[in-house]
Design a protein around this ligand. Structure first.
Ligand code: PLP
Length: 451
């Protein structure tokens, strides 16, 4: 791609999307080119010792999928707020930028020799934060959770057999299953007293002989559930009984709200259950390093681990390893502050929705920086089902995504991509500066108020 095209495209992004926010927020774009904004050294802390999550950090025109992809989807310029894709808007932990700056001083990019410092960081982070005592030999560094789970599905689920998902479930699980050429079966969760719960009878009835694996997402994307030890044990025992391997996707494990606790599947007090599982994690959700292509998986069972490894080959990048290593080694304080900020953001959205959007259903999150809002009443009022058919959208939720972007500028992810139970819902990302979040809420409220 020529540099001229890139510049033009960035100018287009700014015009199509977030210049509107710049005006509204008093300078998200503010005339400064994204490149100039990015080139400044990592931000110092504020005088009170805190990192600054309040000042909106301009990502527009940096080829980021959260802000730039919707701008391309709506070239007419209605898009303003990228509140979908699960990446944070914050400027990253300074220790990451510093480590990268140091590495780029050396101008040679031949093959990487070792990932040992990263492995040490994984052991320390999981040990100190989550009480997980991992055997270093059981940890496999990967270039993403996707490649790890795809390898596991290839290994455990013969083509034409199935992986079981408790739904609504992360849309990526369906893509992973497609990539591994295996089928999926949904077990829709029950919604009881404002919380999503596993429908145990349904789940067990779906563990048929052709179901060979299940993905347990903890914390759960998109509902925000943080599963208790009791729930995980019950699920693990059912899986063991029915010869279903548990793939524990714990990529959101650090983003836990106050009052909740993440229980690593590998720490459950039942050896047989643990030995029937492989866990997948990454530094990327904790420190917003998704494009640095790095993750890891481990299992207490050498047999299961070896079977996944047969189908897995990590293609690691030096800069990715540098960034991920620095984050786990030196980024704890940044993350703790970011997590507390996002927790308060959840509260902001909860209060705002309850006060100003009475027709929108809110579920209190226990973890993740996503929230799953129920717009079914609004969708019914605008006739989203019928409109989807006439507008060429596959689902009512996809029509509603477009409707909401046109009415409010806010882009959310349609619930229909998360399997059964996602009907009427939209997934919203709260990992933004509070100003952007509040403006997005206000814009949505104004759009749905009068329909
Ligand atoms: C539950 C879950 N698993 C996996 C991923 C993607 O992981 P990776 O980017 O490491 O492939 C995401 C990204 O949002 C996710 O939410």
């Amino acid at each position: 791609m020529s540099s001229i095209f890139r510049l033009d495209r960035r100018a287009f992004m700014r015009n199509a999307g977030a210049t509107a926010i710049a005006g509204a927020t008093g300078g998200l774009v503010g005339g400064t080119s994204p490149a100039a904004a990015q080139s400044s050294a990592s931000i110092p802390r504020l005088p009170n010792g805190k990192y600054d999550f309040d000042t909106p950090y301009n990502r527009v025109g940096t080829d980021c999928s959260r802000w730039d992809s919707p701008a391309l989807r709506y070239p007419e310029g209605v898009f303003k707020y990228g509140m979908g894709v699960a990446s944070m808007d914050f400027e990253c932990a300074p220790c990451i930028t510093e480590a990268l700056q140091e590495r780029v001083q050396h101008h040679n990019w031949g093959y990487l020799s070792t990932t040992e410092p990263l492995r040490d960081g994984i052991l320390k982070w999981n040990g100190e934060r989550h009480g997980l005592d991992l055997d270093p030999a059981s940890i496999v560094i990967s270039d993403g959770v996707y490649p790890g789970i795809i390898a596991a599905l290839r290994s455990f689920v013969p083509i034409g057999n199935k992986v079981l998902l408790t739904t609504p479930a992360y849309s990526g699980f369906y893509s992973m299953a497609r990539a591994a050429r295996v089928d999926t079966v949904d077990s829709p969760m029950l919604y009881r007293n404002g919380r999503y719960e596993i429908d145990w009878d349904d789940l067990e009835s779906k563990m048929t002989a052709d179901v060979r694996a299940t993905i347990v997402c903890n914390p759960q994307n998109p509902t925000g559930n943080v599963w208790t030890e009791e729930e995980l044990l019950r699920l693990g025992r059912l899986a063991l009984e029915h010869k279903v391997v548990v793939l524990a996707d714990e990529i959101h494990s650090d983003v836990i709200r106050a009052g909740h606790k993440y229980t690593p599947f590998a720490s459950l007090p039942d050896e047989a259950v643990v030995n029937n599982s492989v866990s997948f994690n990454a530094v990327s959700k904790t420190f917003n390093l998704a494009a640095m292509k790095n993750a890891y998986y481990y299992s207490r069972s050498p047999t299961l681990l070896a079977r996944v490894n047969q189908y897995h080959r990590a293609e690691l990048s030096t800069l990715g390893v540098v960034a991920n290593t620095a984050a786990y080694r030196d980024g704890a304080e940044w993350f703790d502050q970011a997590n507390a900020y996002m927790d308060d953001n959840h509260t902001l959205v909860e209060n705002y929705v309850k006060q100003h959007m009475p027709d929108v259903g809110y579920t209190r999150n226990e973890g993740t920086f996503m929230t799953f809002l129920d717009f079914s009443k609004v969708m019914e009022r605008i006739g989203a089902e019928a409109m989807a058919a006439s507008h060429g959208n596959d689902t009512a939720e996809e029509y509603f995504r477009d409707w909401l972007t046109h009415q409010s500028g806010v882009y959310l992810n349609p619930g229909s991509s998360y399997g059964s139970g996602g009907e009427g819902h939209m997934r919203m990302n709260v990992a933004s500066s509070r100003r952007v979040l509040r403006e997005a809420c206000e814009a949505m409220a104004a759009a749905v108020r009068d329909v």
